[in-house]
Structures are given as C-alpha cells and as structure tokens.
Ligand binder design. Structure first.
Ligand code: HEM
Length: 239
C-alpha cells in the first residue's frame, strides 16, 4: 500500500497511521532514556551504602567517570531535539506550560480511566495529555537542578563554600527522588498498561493509528493533524 506524506503516514492492517514523533524527537527521547538510566545506576553506587563496593577504589573511579560522561549525554539530548526539530521542540515546550479546564477534568478522571477504562469521562487532550505535561514539567525543572547542582559537585569541590556544596548534594538527591517516582509511573504506563500500547511503539516507529490519536489526543488530532491535511489539499486554507 502506498505511503502517504505527513501527517498521515501510511496504513497498518486496515488502520490509518498518523505521524506523532519526528526522528529527532525519538532520538532525543532514547538518548535521554539511556543517559538517565546510566546516571541513575552510577548515582546509586555512590548513594546507597550497600552498593558502596562500586563507589570506592578503581570501580568508584570508573563509576564517577561514567556518571560524568552520561551527564554530557543527558545535557546533549534536549539540544539534539532543539537543533534538529525546533518546531516540535517549541510546540512541546509551549504545550507543557499551557494548562486549562480540560487538564483539571483529565486529572479528576484519570484514575477511573486508567483503572476501570471509563472512556467517556476524559476531556480531549493535546499532543500530550495532562499527566504527560506534568511529567514534562518535572523533567524540565529537575533537568535545570541536575545541571546546576551536578556541575557544582563536578567542578566546585574545594572552591565553593561547603554549605553550597552540601545544598547541591541534597537538591541533586531530591531531584533524583522526584524523577525516579515519575519514571516508574511512566514505565508502567507505556510498557505494561494495556490502553497505552501504542505509546511505546510510537517512540520507535514515530506513528500511531488514527484511532489511538483520536482517543488519546483528540485536540491535537483535530487541530494539528486535520488542519495540516486540509492545507495539503487546499493551500489557500493556510492561516
Ligand atoms: C547534568 C546532569 C548531571 C550531572 C552533571 C551530575 C553530576 C554528579 C556529580 C559530579 C556527582 C558527585 C559524584 C562524586 O561523588 O564524585 C553526582 C552524584 C550523584 N548523582 Fe548526578 N549528575 C547529573 C544527573 C544525575 C541524574 C539524572 C541522576 C539520577 C537520576 C543522578 C544521580 C546522582 C546520585 C544519586 C548521586 C549521589 C549523590 C549523593 O552522594 O548523595 N545524577 N552527580
């Protein structure tokens, strides 16, 4: 079957596919995922007393070196996104900070929806639903905290006042707790939750079925995907 250009990307079985993530968005997501996982594991070697065997001697040196290397990747991920997909980057950033009545409705009904499948109760969502936006905001804030405190620990030892150094360690650890809690929820939803199967495949393939887009991101589908499709057929309809 022929491939249809953006935003309808083709067909899977009898389902029409819609482009959800660009290649740069997917690359940035996976770079972030790998960097975050490596930072978490190597950070735990330092943080958890029962893993201290990996924090001393040659193993400790290697762990610290790998933590710093992964930190560079961690900082690079959003830059890859910004440089190679600036339009989507700015769109997603703006959406994360845009909240309204539909988000309140979504948050109120999310438990019933995800635990009992109460479909009709959820207000239509944008490219990201309110839970994803909450996750994105936490990631954005903690990213800033990780970078500032991490760089202080990396380059400031002995040169910054000891209370600044100690505060950096504490804030770094608090950011770990916040991000790990959300990371676990995120993993559960995308890997295990039966209603979200297409979420994970879209991060590999870049597309979701039209049915998934309409059900989970109805506002995005009608405002952005249908609008673009209209423009393709009738360039005069461009705003
Ligand atoms: C820009 C990003 C980051 C930078 C520059 C950075 C840098 C550092 C540095 C220099 C240390 C001190 C290591 C030592 O003792 O020599 C550290 C500790 C640590 N990092 Fe990171 N890090 C970053 C992100 C992360 C992330 C994303 C996580 C986990 C999700 C993480 C978890 C930890 C933990 C648990 C510790 C141990 C803190 C403690 O001793 O209480 N880091 N980090």
């Amino acid at each position: 079957m022929a491939t249809i250009t953006m935003p309808l990307a083709g067909v899977r079985g009898r389902q029409v596919l819609v482009v959800r993530f660009t290649a740069a968005e997917r690359a940035a997501h996976w770079v972030h995922f790998v960097a975050f996982s490596v930072l978490l594991v190597t950070g735990m070697f330092i943080y958890l007393p029962w893993l201290h065997a990996f924090a001393g001697g040659a193993a400790g040196e290697a762990s610290r070196l790998i933590h710093r290397g992964a930190a560079v990747l961690f900082i690079a991920a959003p830059l890859v996104y910004l440089v190679f997909s600036p339009r989507e980057f700015l769109y997603s950033l703006k959406e994360s900070f845009t909240w309204g009545a539909d988000d309140v409705g979504w948050l109120k009904n999310a438990w019933g929806y995800y635990s009992q499948g109460k479909l009709g109760t959820m207000p239509p969502q944008g490219k990201y639903n309110s839970g994803q936006k909450l996750n994105a905001l936490t990631q954005i804030i903690s990213f800033g905290l990780f970078v500032i405190t991490g760089l202080i620990m990396w380059f400031g030892k002995g040169s910054v006042p000891s209370n600044v150094f100690l505060a950096s360690v504490i804030v770094h650890d608090l950011a770990v707790i916040a991000t790990v809690l959300l990371f676990m929820l995120h993993l559960y939803l995308v890997v295990l939750h039966p209603m979200m199967r297409e979420s994970i495949t879209s991060m590999f393939e870049g597309t979701v079925t039209r049915a998934f887009a309409e059900e989970h991101h109805g506002k995005w589908y009608s405002e952005r995907v249908l609008r673009k499709r209209e423009e393709e057929f009738d360039p005069l309809s461009k705003k």
